[in-house]
Design a protein around this ligand. Sequence first.
Ligand SMILES: NC(=O)c1ccc[n+]([C@@H]2O[C@H](COP(=O)([O-])OP(=O)(O)OC[C@H]3O[C@@H](n4cnc5c(N)ncnc54)[C@H](OP(=O)(O)O)[C@@H]3O)[C@@H](O)[C@H]2O)c1
Length: 251
Amino acid sequence: MDFTDKRVLVTGGSRGIGFDIARAFLEAGARVAINGRTAQSVDAAMEKLGNAEGLVAAPGDIGTVSGCESAVNTAIDAFGGLDILVNNAGVGAGKPIEESDEAYWDAHVDVNLKGAFFCCRAALPELRKSNGNIVNIASDAGLMGVPGITVYCASKGGLVNMTRAMALEVAPEVRVNCISPGYVDTDMIRLSAKRKPDPEAAWQKMIDYAPLKRIATPAEISHAVLYLASPEACFITGTSLAIDGGSTAGH
Ligand SMILES: NC(=O)c1ccc[n+]([C@@H]2O[C@H](COP(=O)([O-])OP(=O)(O)OC[C@H]3O[C@@H](n4cnc5c(N)ncnc54)[C@H](OP(=O)(O)O)[C@@H]3O)[C@@H](O)[C@H]2O)c1
């Protein structure tokens, strides 16, 4: 796919899935603004990408409205507009309902749902001008219930349905889609396995979770993001594409 001269912002592009999405767009010719929580995490990611021409640092806390606006406006100012917004920044840690306090709820919902909304809001004027599009990174846990991560499920389920509502409201100028990954090999799930009493067994459980019996690579998510963002997907909006090895097909 050719994204020459397309202007892209990837939130949470400093590590994991977001980093690979940024890499893939860059390799396809796009100019890419990378967001992460801090200037340090973004700089480290840009260095890993060889500080390539076309890369822009757009740090900001996506858990706050001001952080969203700062990241989006940095990208728009640097590029003179925006074609593609990827809302990928996210947090996920399990907790039983009775132990879930307000801070835990806010930490998840503020980044995973509120942040995606306010990044969209900040980017929409430019996306309307460019007939651009948005790709939200949700989760298979946004398509079904998973015990032990109820708050995460709520945030990602909200993101899936926000994608549909927003797609209707901003059509026909802007397309909005989301991807719902199953387990992907990143810090997020490696740390989650490490926190369990038997980390090896926890990792094996993640492998066994999907009918395809493995954990995805970040690149398997990036391919789909580039497809949904490309002109080839010009009649796709409001959809959620599961890339989950079959986990939401039924158990
Ligand atoms: N890995 C999986 O199995 C999986 C499955 C389904 C869905 N997902 C979703 O995929 C997305 C990426 O996950 P991942 O596995 O790549 O996670 P990760 O390895 O933990 O990386 C998270 C990324 O999000 C950024 N981030 C977190 N909070 C932020 C904030 N408040 N402001 C700005 N950036 C913030 C981090 O930035 P810093 O480097 O600055 O901390 C980092 O770049 C998330 O939305 C996650 O829910 C992941």
